[in-house]
Design a protein around this ligand. Sequence first.
Ligand code: AMP
Ligand code: MG
Length: 517
Amino acid sequence: MPAIAEKDLKNEFVEAFDGDDSGDRTPRQTPGKLYSKAEPTPVANPKLLGWSTDLAETLEIESPTDKDVEILAGNSLTPSMFPYAACYAGHQFGNWAGQLGDGRAITLGDWSSKNGIFELQLKGAGPTAYSRHADGRAVLRSSVREYLMSEAMHHLGIPTTRGLALVSTGDRVLRDMFYNGNPQYEPGAIVTRVAPSFLRFGNFELLAAQRNFNQLEQLVNWTISRYYPHLTGDDRILKWFEEVVAKTAFLMSEWQRVGFVHGVMNTDNMSVLGLTIDYGPFSFLDNYDYNFTPNTTDLPGRRYAFGNQPSIGYWNLGKLANALSLLFEDTDGLENALNSYEKTFWDHYYSMMGRKLGLDQIKKEEKELISRFEKVLSEIQPDMCLFYRLLADVSIKATSEEILQHFKKAFYQPLKPEEQEQFISLITDYSKRRKNNSISAEASRQLMNKNNPRIILRNYLLHQAIEELEKGEKELFEKLQKAMKNPYASEGFEELVEKRPVWAETKAGCSMLSCSS
Ligand code: AMP
Ligand code: MG
């Protein structure tokens, strides 16, 4: 297997499209350009903190030597690399934001392996033409989060970009974490991100906003031929959009399955491959709160709250459809495709909830039961992850008292009498229904435990791991890296299977986070 320094990378995007090859990294508008060349800015003292052995196996890439770590830190390039920042636009928090682009992500090139071609991208490697007023850097805090979480999502079985490596830079980065005018220096880091493509809805919105018909058509056709090669007919653009709609609906249902809240679902953070992309102020749900948003910038509107994600997915697809409408004489097809989102989402959602609840089929009765779960859980707000694992094991014959006792570990506060009543009645009715399954009790239990993770990377755990790393200790970081590889395992890492502790409820970084990273 070759190491990073040894292999010739391809550069298919830059070969296919117009870009600014000057290497100028002065922030600017680049109309008509799909990328700008941007060499990474060297760092003082790179150290490899994390390396994803699973992903390295998929890529057939050798463990990094010191020479490779220099590449992962942006300190050196190989002759076949053409470092660039992609230009895209987007809607942020519902408003058109114009040109954005990779302000701190630099793609080095395409790595081919027998498992496909993957873009290698350094996040935090210094300024590009799209850095606007910012520094192009990333802090250790946000880099650890992206590196661990993207791998964790992969092991949860959810489509995502991946994290190959985490390197600390030895440089300090100035950040105003609380946006309160007290910026502080924090250690810097770089994540090597990997995906077949990082193309976003925003890449297409940019060209549409520029009325750049030819390049828009070229980018759409390129995306289809590379990532959707089975679509070849004259109607391929519409078929492609239909597939993006379906993939997005599936992704939203998968996020709801595990309680993942992205936090910044702007259209520049939406992948046209249906991947989870751009990990920022994300969080898993601790208590089951549909209104929870982990992003302090998302207050007070809570646009990107847990319960809103599926409808925001739809809203974002509407913006992509608008961009693509430039390529259509009439928009009926696009509108129909967009309208298919709702049914596709609910089909995925009910089948996903059926698996979470260990039910053999979903009809009217089961849909009503699912609605009751949603209502009662959002009122009582148990810990989502603990609740579903306990649910798999609740005895069909449990008395009211035994039910309350069984779920005790999942409650954040004692239930009021009327909540107890609602909860017991829900669990009793659910158990009755589960008893009527055509599948065995054990098969039902297994189905649930394959769909309800036992180990999730809670924000407070990430926070603790980061605090330790900042002191030079790697124990919890390595433990999390190991534990998240088997999120559905029924044993091991007991200490990670706990609800969020009281101290973490209001602490910054443990419940809510800012975008400042
Ligand atoms: P996000 O919503 O966090 O994915 O980022 C929105 C935009 O801001 C993207 O264009 C990013 O590249 C850019 N951005 C975020 N942080 C930085 C930074 N530290 N330096 C330069 N650009 C940044
Ligand atoms: Mg982004």
